[in-house]
Design a protein around this ligand. Structure first.
Ligand SMILES: *[C@@H]1O[C@H](CO)[C@@H](O)[C@H](O)[C@H]1NC(C)=O
Ligand SMILES: *[C@@H]1O[C@H](CO)[C@@H](O)[C@H](O)[C@H]1NC(C)=O
Length: 456
C-alpha cells in the first residue's frame, strides 16, 4: 500500500508539473492549414484533383452484388459459443441474441428502403486536403422573419451520420424565428469520407479539415453540435478557431488534459480502496473501467481489431450493438436482449451498420483512437488552452459515464440542460428533446453575442 501511495504521489507530482508547464506555454499549436492526408499520386495528378475538389452531389448505392455477398457472409456463420448460464449482456453481446439479428438483416431488413433512408437528404462529396469528404447539407426554406444559421453536426463512434436522421427534419423546420442550415459530415475515416493514408490525423487535424470544409461551402462562422468524437473534435475547432465558432452545444464538455487525468486516476484509486470486491456494484467509476476496454484496444491496435470486424458482419454487429446497448442505459447489461428495442428500431441499428460495412471503414474509424492518444497529438496540448466560445451542455443521465463540465476550459458556459432520460446516442434516441435543446442553446448563444456586440 505504501508503495502504491508513492507511485500515485509521483503520478500526481509529475502530472501537476506537466499541467502547469503546459498551461504556461503560450499560444495555440500551429497546425498546417493545408496538410495533405491523401495519396501522393492524387497530389501529382492535377486534373483528377481539380475534379475531386469540386462539390459534387453524392448518392448511396446498395449494389445487388454487395447485398448478395453480405447476406452470404451473414448466413455462413459458425455456431456461437453459448452464453454463460444466467447471463445477459454482462460479458458482452449475448450470443443467443445473434440469431434474430442475423435473420432480420438477411430476411427482413429492406435494402431498398435502407438505401433510400441513406439518400433522403441532399449529400455531397468534395476533396479537402487530399481526402474525399462526404457531407449531408440541408438548406432549409427560410420564410420572412426567420433567421437561418449554419450548424455543423458531428457524430461519434460507433455511430455515423445516421445518428442525426431523426433530428435533421426538426432542426431544419423554423421554430420561433430560427432555423438551421445543417452540415453533417461523415468524419474522415468514417463511412463515406476517406481516411488518412499516413499517421497523424487526430481530432486537431480533423478540426482543420472540417473548418476548411465549412469555409469551402461558404461558412466562415458557424455553430457546432457534437457528442462523443463530435465533442472532442468540436472542442478542438472551438479552441483553434475561437472567432469562427459562434457556439458549441454538446453532450460532453469534458476535457482530456493532465489535470483532468490526475483527477480520474485518483478517483479510480480511491474507488478501489473504498469498494471491496464482494461489494462490487456497478458504480460510475467501475463503469469506466468495465466499459472502456475498447478505447485501450482501439488506441493501441486498431488494425488488428478492425480486420476482424471488417471481415465479419456478425462480428461488426455484436461489437457495435453492445455499445448501443450499454451506453444507452447501464442496466441494459442485465436485459436478455440488451434493451436495444426500448430505445431504437432494428432498422436504425442496421442502417448504421450498413454504413460501416459497405464502406469497409471500421479500421479507419478505430484509428482515430490511436491518433488521439498518440504522443504527438497529446503534445499539442489543445485541451490545456481555454476557449471563449460560448457553450451549452446537455447531460443525459444514462450516458456511459458522468461527463463533468470543465469550466477552466470553457470560459463561457451559457447554459446546462439536465435531462431525466436518455443515454449516449441522444440525437438518435430522443430527437425531439435533442433538437429543442439545440434551438434553445443557439438562441442563448445569439443573445450572448448581442450583449457583447460580437457577431450575429
Ligand atoms: C421494400 O420497400 C419497398 C418500398 O420502399 C417496397 O416497394 C418493397 O416491396 C419492399 N420489399 C420487400 C421485400 O418488402
Ligand atoms: C447495486 O445494484 C443493484 C442493481 O443495479 C441495485 O438495485 C442496488 O440498489 C445497488 N446497490 C447499491 C448499494 O448501490
Amino acid at each position: 500500500m505504501a508503495k502504491l501511495s508513492m507511485i500515485w504521489g509521483l503520478v500526481l507530482v509529475v502530472g501537476a508539473t506537466a499541467w502547469v508547464a503546459n498551461a504556461q506555454s503560450s499560444g495555440l499549436p500551429q497546425l498546417d492549414q493545408n496538410e495533405w492526408w491523401g495519396s501522393q499520386v492524387l497530389l501529382k495528378d492535377s486534373a483528377t484533383l481539380q475534379s475531386r475538389k469540386t462539390i459534387k452531389p453524392f448518392h448511396v448505392t446498395f449494389s445487388q452484388e454487395m447485398i448478395d455477398y453480405l447476406k452470404r457472409r451473414i448466413s455462413n456463420h459458425r455456431s456461437y459459443v453459448p452464453p454463460l448460464e444466467g447471463t445477459a449482456f454482462e460479458y458482452g453481446f449475448n450470443p443467443d441474441q445473434i440469431g434474430t439479428w442475423a435473420d432480420y438483416w438477411v430476411n427482413e431488413y429492406n435494402f431498398t428502403t435502407g438505401e433510400s433512408v441513406l439518400n433522403q437528404f441532399p449529400q455531397y462529396k468534395t476533396n479537402v486536403q487530399g481526402l474525399d469528404m462526404h457531407f449531408i447539407w440541408v438548406k432549409p426554406e427560410v420564410p420572412d422573419g426567420v433567421t437561418s444559421v449554419p450548424l455543423l453536426l458531428l457524430h461519434g463512434f460507433p455511430g455515423s451520420i445516421r445518428e442525426f436522421f431523426e433530428a435533421i427534419p426538426l432542426l431544419t423546420t423554423p421554430t420561433n424565428g430560427l432555423v438551421f442550415e445543417v452540415i453533417v459530415p461523415s468524419l474522415p475515416g468514417y463511412g463515406f469520407s476517406d481516411g488518412a493514408v499516413r499517421p497523424g490525423m487526430g481530432p486537431a487535424q480533423i478540426a482543420v479539415i472540417l473548418k476548411n470544409l465549412m469555409k469551402k461551402i461558404g461558412h466562415q462562422k458557424f455553430y457546432i453540435q457534437g457528442g462523443d468524437w463530435g465533442s472532442v473534435i468540436g472542442r478542438a475547432i472551438a479552441t483553434l478557431y475561437q472567432d469562427d465558432v459562434l457556439g458549441f452545444h454538446s453532450t460532453a464538455l469534458t476535457v482530456f488534459n493532465s489535470c483532468a487525468e490526475i483527477l480520474n486516476l485518483l478517483g479510480g484509486y480511491i474507488a478501489t480502496l473504498q469498494v471491496e470486491i464482494h461489494q462490487y456494484n456497478r458504480t460510475a467509476l467501475t463503469n469506466i473501467a468495465e466499459e472502456t476496454g475498447y478505447v485501450h484496444l482501439q488506441a493501441t491496435k486498431p488494425d488488428s481489431v478492425g480486420i476482424s470486424l471488417s471481415d465479419s458482419p456478425i462480428g461488426l454487429l455484436t461489437y457495435v450493438l453492445e455499445k448501443f446497448s450499454t451506453w444507452t442505459h447501464p442496466s441494459n447489461r442485465l436485459r436478455q436482449d440488451g434493451g436495444l428495442f426500448n430505445h431504437f428500431t432494428r432498422e436504425q441499428m442496421i442502417d448504421n451498420l450498413m454504413i460501416y460495412w459497405m464502406t469497409n471503414s471500421m479500421t479507419t474509424a478505430m484509428r482515430l483512437y490511436a491518433e488521439y492518444f498518440s504522443r504527438a497529438h497529446r503534445g499539442l496540448g489543445l485541451d490545456e488552452h481555454p476557449t471563449k466560445v460560448p457553450v451549452w451542455n446537455i447531460k443525459a443521465p444514462n450516458d456511459l459515464f458522468p461527463q463533468p463540465l470543465n469550466k477552466m476550459k470553457f470560459l463561457n458556459v451559457v447554459g446546462v440542460t439536465v435531462l431525466n432520460d436518455g443515454g449516449h446516442f441522444l440525437a438518435l434516441e430522443l430527437p425531439e428533446a435533442f433538437a429543442a435543446d439545440v434551438f434553445k442553446a443557439v438562441e442563448a448563444f445569439k443573445k450572448f453575442h448581442a450583449n457583447r456586440r460580437t457577431d450575429l
